[in-house]
Design a protein around this ligand. Structure first.
Ligand code: TXA
Ligand code: MG
Length: 336
């Protein structure tokens, strides 16, 4: 299959919408990461997403809408708090899990009786939903297990020959995937952290639980509240080791443990260790979220075998950065 790159022009978005309406899969930009979109209510189309990604069939997809009213067709029941959260955070990087209606096929929800719903703020994603007039199922546009793509070139790298088209909408703003929440006990539980943070939710409800799976590896026999948590994620080929320490201790540790093809992932270049190559991912949590996945892919291109990474702050969107980097490190965290 030939994979064409489309622009974000009206003509190209209309063409992408015609592909969606024919039951095809299209790579699309969102404000978080790129997605692989298809008609959420078309079983055959959704199956093509799973095939293109090599994704396990029990890992459910998020359904994307372009106005709140579309939720009435997708969810069986809408918790009162969902209205409040939508008012405050939609359109934006928040996915809310609700009981699913019969219109959503089991393939889309990975066999669960719930469905994750998100109203993205990216104008191209919104336009495609509006013009195709379909809610779009869309996981991140990477091959299953790889870091999520934050620009069109990375989507092409993974999806070339697997999907008919990708819309190039430039670099994604946020850089990590949406916050995924479920409703519990009159409040919410964060299953996957993202840009909408604990602090943000606390302005709307005082019951905010952070799932154990966000900060630690689930026991082998534990039931994951979000199936995505049980899979190895965001893994580059390099062996990432997360080091939680002050900068001097970090530098000492790296100089004593460096070998061939060792690199560092730093906040900024002042932290460089003599004789060891590095990339930086920024000093603020927002910058770190924006650059993390791209840096992980760059380390692979550089042939990195071991990467010692500075441990990010867990405040705000930092919790999402920490969650993704911890997973990419296979939970290999060293405290000095
Ligand atoms: O920002 C995003 O959310 C991006 C863009 C494209 O919108 N999408 C995305 O989708 O990250 P994906 O499929 O890569 O990640 C969705 C996560 C998975 O971990 C999945 O297990 C979880 O959300 N999830 C989806 N539906 C769920 C449900 N009904 N119950 C529990 N977890 C669910
Ligand atoms: Mg994903």
């Amino acid at each position: 299959m030939n994979t064409v790159i489309l622009s974000a022009s009206n003509e190209d978005i209309a063409f992408a919408a015609s592909l969606i309406n024919k039951g095809e899969v299209v790579g699309i930009p969102t404000e978080t990461v790129y997605g692989l979109a298809a008609d959420a209510m078309n079983e055959e189309a959704v199956k093509k997403i799973f095939k293109a990604k090599g994704r396990p069939a029990d890992n459910p997809l998020i359904v994307h809408v372009s106005r709140f009213e579309m939720v009435y067709d997708i969810a069986l029941e809408i918790p009162p708090l969902a209205h409040k959260l939508a008012e405050r955070f939609w359109p934006g990087p928040l996915t809310m899990i609700m009981p699913k209606s019969d219109k959503i096929p089991d393939v889309t929800s990975g066999g669960l009786d719930t469905v994750g719903i998100r109203y993205p703020s990216h104008p191209v994603a919104q336009a495609l939903i509006n013009i195709s007039d379909k809610p779009l199922a869309a996981p991140s546009a990477n091959l299953s297990g790889s870091p999520s793509p934050t620009n069109c070139a990375r989507v092409y790298e993974d999806m070339r020959g697997r999907i008919p088209a990708i819309i190039d909408g430039g670099e994604c703003d946020v850089g990590v995937e949406s916050t995924v929440i479920s409703f519990e006990d009159g409040g919410i539980r964060i299953l996957r952290p993202g840009k909408i943070s604990v602090e943000d939710f606390l302005t709307v409800t005082d019951k905010v639980y952070v799932d154990k799976g966000v900060l630690a590896q689930l026991d082998a026999d534990a039931v994951a509240k979000s199936p995505g948590m049980k899979y190895k994620h965001y893994s580059p080929k390099a062996n990432i080791i997360l080091i939680d320490s002050e900068v001097d201790a970090f530098k000492n540790y790296v100089s004593q443990n460096k070998c061939e093809n060792t690199y560092c992932l730093l906040f900024d270049e002042s932290e460089a260790v003599a004789g060891v190559g590095f990339l930086t991912y920024g000093v603020t949590s927002e910058e770190q979220a924006h650059y993390l996945f791209e840096r992980l892919r760059e380390f692979d291109e550089m042939g990195a075998k071991t990467v010692y990474a500075r441990c990010p702050s867990k405040d705000g969107v930092g919790l999402a950065v920490y969650n993704r980097i911890l997973r990419s490190a296979g939970f290999n965290l060293i405290k000095l």
